[in-house]
Ligand binder design. Structure first.
Ligand SMILES: [Zn+2]
Length: 253
């Protein structure tokens, strides 16, 4: 009896790569049609391999894949866009790795999540190609990943008195709600000024096409990025190693 073999094509982003033996690579792909797939890329470490560039980390490629039992093998691949950066900026490199980690954590195998994939691809584009403020792109991505994954904050108004905005409002990392300065608070709120509140609202509510179309001062982006990573990690109860590296080593430089 022969095992069932199927062949299919899809596009996907390489979010993880690992060497296997002398010449092969095991890659994790975040694909457009099938979600997360782990696949072998045979022979790609040979200098003559045509598939090598397309199976490198942070490359969005088109793949022809053969499935046999539970094993996936890439037999053809051609790169569409490569998002690696050559200027050696450690903040940008770490945030790229963090985005791959987010894709791997919130993507699912066998289940496409095109909204998440488009977010990650857009964020990589604005971070690496457009060289936008890394902290801002990180913050946008974190909060939007939370929204897509079912952790939409309630940013409409203070739910106790209905106040819409003030010079300072308070945002709860634990339940994602707002409080004004006069209403009772818990102990997990962070202060947000008007700039931060309107950024949080924009990221939560805007369409993808307009998501990245705002700028805030560097100091505000830094504070926003602390709030969004705090919110994402508290809501999902997950630790992200690239984020910890970023907080412990990149920010303190
Ligand atoms: Zn209030």
């Amino acid at each position: 009896m022969t095992e069932l073999q199927t062949r299919f094509t899809t596009e996907g982003l390489v979010i993880k790569e690992m060497s296997v033996g002398e010449s092969d690579r095991l890659v994790t792909l975040f694909t457009r049609d099938y979600g997360i797939i782990k696949a072998f890329a045979p022979g790609v470490k040979s200098v003559k391999s045509k598939r090598a560039p397309a199976t490198a980390l942070l490359t969005y490629s088109s793949f022809s894949i053969q499935k046999r039992g539970d094993i996936y093998r890439i037999y053809e691949a051609s790169p569409i866009t490569a998002f690696f950066t050559l200027d050696g900026d450690i903040a940008v490199i770490t945030i790229c790795q963090y985005f791959c980690e987010l894709a791997g954590e919130f993507g699912e195998s066998g289940n496409p999540n095109t909204e998440l994939l488009r977010l990650i691809l857009n964020s990589l584009h604005f971070l690496v190609k457009e060289k936008r403020q890394p902290e801002l792109i990180k913050a946008i991505t974190e909060l939007r990943v939370a929204v897509i994954s079912g952790y939409m904050p309630d940013l409409v108004a203070c739910p106790v008195c209905g106040k819409f905005e003030d010079d300072v409002m308070y945002f709860s990392l634990r339940d994602g709600s707002l409080r004004c300065k006069d209403c009772p608070k818990g102990n997990d709120e962070v202060a947000v000024d008007r700039t931060l509140l309107s950024a949080l609202r924009h990221i939560s509510f805007s369409q993808l096409g307009k998501l990245y179309s705002f700028e805030i001062p560097v100091e505000s982006a830094r504070r926003l990025s602390k709030i969004t990573s705090g919110y994402l990690t508290m809501q999902t109860e997950h630790r992200f190693s690239a984020l910890e590296f970023y907080n412990n080593y990149v920010l303190s430089e």
